[in-house]
Structures are given as structure tokens and as C-alpha cells.
Design a protein around this ligand. Structure first.
Ligand code: TYM
Length: 344
């Protein structure tokens, strides 16, 4: 069995975002903000727009490329620098799909049958889902391991998929008698932004697919819309802001707003309660709206600027694809040898 303590390859971060629908505050705090924080901290990082994952459910081919550019624009606007990090499109590195096939022959049906995201996404009619939707987490394992990435910043909803990636890595190493070939990728989940909930129901995660527009803050919302959505967000009848972390218990909507404030301000729930504990929502909500607007407005503006002339985005993606291919090629070559494929 490989574990991180015996794997001695380079430490490398990888994460991915699907080009489906508008990005929201959950995507930003659970993923994008972490990417830029890691880049600032000096980590080598690869960030991909996962278009192969997007087509596990039907997509309009006329829109997919533009949606892909939008995610790349959001990555750049959030602060990722294409000269420091590798920003690229998943389908432009063929090695992802090749490794996914090999991993299909390593992963077990029983492992995939346990995946709660498949159950959620396929709903009552799993029989009519694409095979790709069922196989989604195997491709995700390939995304990570085709670069031998050691760390994966994601929101909490990806925990189970990361566990599967670790199992696939271990089983590959064992099956092919190649100890330490693949690392055990570590999820980087902790922090107040890991699970941002709906503004209308604190027990449901903020999601692109929620039909209620007021349930989420989109990255492209203007200042007035953000302020209005926060003002209208659900709280409860218990009165003022809690005065301790324990008092957040049983108040999911309020806990969520405190978590959003903490994640945006780069602080903790305790610190937010220290400032606002016992005060009314009439004080807290406007402060949160100001913080959100001040934080997101420059990102939204930069996204709009980039999307007005996609040439800059495309240049970054071409360069990213070159860098990603150069890293993946020798690794997939080694995989081919390890598996025993014919070579001259
Ligand atoms: P996607 O596009 O659905 O989500 C992108 C990222 O946003 C996070 N996220 C959230 N974080 C906090 N609160 C929320 N309400 C919230 N909603 C979404 C997700 O956890 C994710 O980090 N399967 C991945 C895409 C992927 C991937 C990979 C990730 C494909 N290959 C390899 C890491 C490594 C996904 O669901 O993306």
C-alpha cells in the first residue's frame, strides 16, 4: 500500500470545475478562492475546466466552448496567474481519457455503486442515466493521478470522490506491483467555505441546479442583486445573532451566513461571533452584503473584461494545455509500460 509518507514525488495541487451553468458563491469559496490562496502560498497547481465531465449529462454543443471559457475567466479573475499555475481544458489533454479507461479496469463496480452523487444526480431513473455519469468519479481519479497530484482543493461534496481516487491509486499500485507509483491524493477541504448552503434552506447545499434563483449568489450578480439576496436570505425566529459557536447549533441558516462572512473575510466563525454576537440581523446582513459586494465586484468586473475579448483566455488555455500535456505524457508512458502494453 502506498501512503503519502512513503511517496516521495513532488507535491502538486490539481482541481477541476465543470463548465455547466453559472458559478456561485459555493464554487468560489469551496474551490476558486482556495486555488488562489494555494498559488499565493507557492504551490505548483493545475486547474482544469472539466468539459469531459460536463457531457455526462446533455450539453448544448453550441454553448459548451463558451461555458468553458467562462470558467477559465473565473479562475483568472479570482486571481490565478496563468504564468504561475496551469489553467487548461480537460479534453485538450488526451491522457485523462486514456488513464480513465485503465482505471475503469482497476475500480470495482461495488465502489462506484456507493457514490452518493450518482444516486442524487441520476434520481429515480438511474437506468436511463449515461454510463459516463456512473463512471464520473473514475475520470476524476484520472484527472488527479495523470499528474500524480498529491493535494486536491475541493468543497466537502467531493470527499467521497476523493476517497475513491485514493482507493484506485492504492489498488493500481498493488495490482501492478508498483509500490508508490501513484500517491494517495489528499483532499484539502477544511475551512469555513467548504460547504456553503442555500440562502433559502440551511440544510441544502448552494447549487447551480436549485430552481430558486434567490437560493444562491452567482459570481456574475451585480452589487444590487447580491445585497438584495442577502437581505432576503432566510434566518429564523430565534431573534438576534448567536453569542457563541455552540449557540449556532440548530440554526443552520444563521450558521451558514456566519460561515460565508468568515470565509470571505478570511477569518473564523468565532471571530465573526465576537464581532456580531447578540446584534440584530439588521446590523449583520448589511455588513455581510457590503463584504460580499466588495469582495466579489472586482472579480465580476475582471471576468466581464476577459470575456469581452476571449483571445486572452484562449492564449492562457493553449499555454496551459502545453504545460499539462508535457507533465502528463511521461506519466502515461510509464503507466502504459507498467500495465504491459505493447511497445517498440
Ligand atoms: P463542480 O463544478 O460541481 O464544483 C466545483 C467546485 O465547487 C465546489 N462546490 C462547493 N463548495 C462549497 N459549497 C458549495 N455549496 C459548493 N458547491 C460546489 C465543489 O466541491 C468543487 O470543488 N467533481 C468536481 C469536478 C472535478 C474535480 C476533478 C475536482 C472533476 N475532476 C478533479 C477535483 C479534482 C465537481 O463537482 O465540480
Amino acid at each position: 500500500m502506498t501512503d503519502q509518507s512513503t511517496y516521495n514525488g513532488p507535491q502538486r495541487v490539481l482541481s477541476g470545475i465543470q463548465p455547466t451553468g453559472n458559478l456561485h458563491l459555493g464554487n468560489y469559496l469551496g474551490a476558486l478562492k482556495k486555488f488562489t490562496d494555494l498559488e499565493t502560498a507557492g504551490w505548483e497547481g493545475l486547474y482544469c475546466v472539466v468539459d469531459l465531465h460536463a457531457i455526462t449529462v446533455p450539453q448544448d454543443p453550441a454553448l459548451l466552448a463558451d461555458q468553458t471559457r467562462q470558467i477559465a475567466a473565473a479562475m483568472m479573475a479570482s486571481g490565478l496567474d496563468p504564468d504561475k499555475s496551469t489553467i487548461f481544458v480537460q479534453s485538450s489533454v488526451r491522457a485523462h481519457t486514456e488513464l480513465a479507461w485503465i482505471f475503469n479496469c482497476v475500480a470495482r463496480m461495488g465502489w462506484l455503486e456507493k457514490m452518493t452523487q450518482f444516486k442524487d444526480k441520476s434520481g429515480k431513473d438511474a437506468e436511463r442515466s449515461s454510463v459516463g455519469l456512473f463512471d464520473y468519479p473514475v475520470l476524476q481519479a484520472a484527472d488527479i493521478l495523470v499528474y500524480k497530484a498529491t493535494h486536491v482543493p475541493v468543497g466537502e461534496d467531493q470527499k467521497q470522490h476523493l476517497e475513491l481516487s485514493r482507493n484506485i491509486a492504492s489498488r493500481f499500485n498493488q495490482q501492478f506491483n508498483a509500490p508508490n507509483f501513484f500517491p494517495q491524493p489528499e483532499p484539502l477541504i477544511e475551512g469555513p467555505g467548504a460547504r456553503i448552503m442555500s440562502l433559502k434552506d440551511g440544510t441544502k447545499k448552494m447549487s447551480k441546479s436549485d430552481p430558486a434563483e434567490n437560493s444562491r449568489i452567482n459570481l456574475i450578480d451585480d452589487a444590487d442583486t447580491i445585497a438584495r439576496k442577502i437581505k432576503k436570505s432566510k434566518t429564523d425566529t430565534q431573534g438576534d445573532m448567536p453569542e457563541s459557536v455552540e449557540a449556532m447549533e440548530g440554526r443552520p441558516e444563521v450558521a451558514n451566513l456566519i460561515g460565508i462572512y468568515a470565509a470571505l473575510a478570511g477569518t473564523s466563525d468565532e471571530a465573526v461571533i465576537g464581532e456580531f454576537g447578540g446584534k440584530g440581523f439588521g446590523t449583520f446582513k448589511p455588513a455581510l452584503a457590503d463584504l460580499a459586494v466588495n469582495h466579489l465586484a472586482p472579480i465580476t468586473d475582471e471576468m466581464r473584461r476577459l470575456l469581452a475579448d476571449p483571445a486572452e483566455i484562449d492564449r492562457a488555455l493553449v499555454k496551459g494545455a502545453e504545460k499539462a500535456n508535457a507533465l502528463a505524457e511521461p506519466i502515461i508512458e510509464d503507466v502504459r509500460k507498467t500495465v504491459g502494453f505493447w511497445q517498440v
